[in-house]
Structures are given as C-alpha cells and as structure tokens.
Ligand binder design. Sequence first.
Ligand code: C5P
Length: 230
Amino acid sequence: MTEVSNPSEPVVALVVAAGSGVRLGGAEPKALRLLAGRPLVAWSIEALVAGGVDAVVLVVAAGTADWYGPVVASATVPTVVVLGGATRQESVASGLAAVPGDASIVLVHDAARPLVPASVVAAVVAAVRGGATAVIPVVPVTDSIRRLSATGSVVVDREELRAVQTPQGFRRDVLVRAHAAASGASYTDDATVCEAYGEPVTLVQGSPDALKVTHPLDLAVAEMIVRSRR
Ligand code: C5P
C-alpha cells in the first residue's frame, strides 16, 4: 500500500477496443455494435464517467479511428482516440502513452463490458484512492470447473475461484513501470502485469452486469439487462 491519495486526483480510463471481435461476428468493430440503439463503447464510457472518471483514452484498431467520431462527440468528458496493437497488452501500453500528465490514477476497461455498474467503477477508484496500487473487480464462478492434464482431469474447488472483470484500477506510475518491465512476456490483464512486477493486487466486488460481450448470446443478455434497468 502507498499513502492515501488526494480525493481530487484526476482519474483517466483507458478503454480498450482494438480487438478483432471475430467471435461476435459482424462487419463493424465489436465496440461499435449496438446495444439498445447505442454502441457498446458509448455505454462503457457513460458507466465510467458515472463512476468518477474524468477523461478517457479510447484505444482502437488501425483503420477504424474515423468510425468513432460520433462516440467521441457524445462523450461528456475529454476523450482522445489512439491506435492499439496486436495484443490487448500492446493496446494498453499504447493507451498509457497518451494519458495526460496530471492523471495519477488510471483505470483500464474493456469496451466490451458496456453495463458495468457505476458502483463497481466507484469502488475500484475508491480502493486506489485509499492506497491500493492495483485493484480488480471479481465475481464468484458459477460453473463447476475442471483442470485438464495429459492423463485426464481433476475438479477444482470453485469456492476458491473468482472471475476477473474490468475496470481494473492502478496508480499510474506503477502501471507504467510494470508494463515497461513486462515487454516480451504476455498477460491477459493488467493486474497480472503489475503482480509480475511485484505489486499486490486488491480485490473488490464486481457484478454479473459487467459481463464481457464476446458471443452473440452475450449481446442478447445485455439487451435484457438494459430492459430490466428500465
Ligand atoms: O480478446 P479479449 O476478449 O480479451 O479482449 C478484451 C478487450 O481488449 C476488448 O475490449 C478488446 O477490444 C480489447 N483488445 C484490444 N487490443 C487487442 C485485443 C483486445 O484493445 N489487440
């Protein structure tokens, strides 16, 4: 833990949207697929702002930046668009390079998690403000889980497991140093990058609403969540 931070420190969110989205299908980038008439990424930005984010760096795939004009125009906080890389980790590193100088707290959020509740975003921010250096929202695992091996499989006690969501929250300097140290190694999320760098990871409660839209069924579930909120 570092010292407790100033409550007015600006919070910047990297919204990573540079994936191919092939599992969902469709011609446009996944982040621009419509959910109840609005792009997934617009929902994501709105949730982040409601949870306390002051500015957004939107990381998109090469050749798609122009498509995000309306999303940027409708954002209620300053939003810049930068190009991502071949992996999520490269996309985050690219977004980090564009974070404004005064931001000392950085959130990293999957554009594909449009319905994360503002309360989860706020809990992540509060934990970083409270002194944590790397924060992740988690939810219990509901399926039974088995670990495969060359000789068969063994059950894993799901009570010991948690699924990891976004936004993940960081002291900016820690995330920058961890990403620089990680170049060459490959990680699927940023808390793990920080952990590999020796930082403790703090858990806060996530939400089933923060599901990652990956397959067509996920989009149908997200539509139902929006309807139930109304
Ligand atoms: O591939 P995965 O489902 O883990 O992607 C999670 C998020 O990371 C998505 O929002 C996706 O757009 C983003 N991503 C990225 N750059 C990549 C790969 C994934 O920004 N090269």
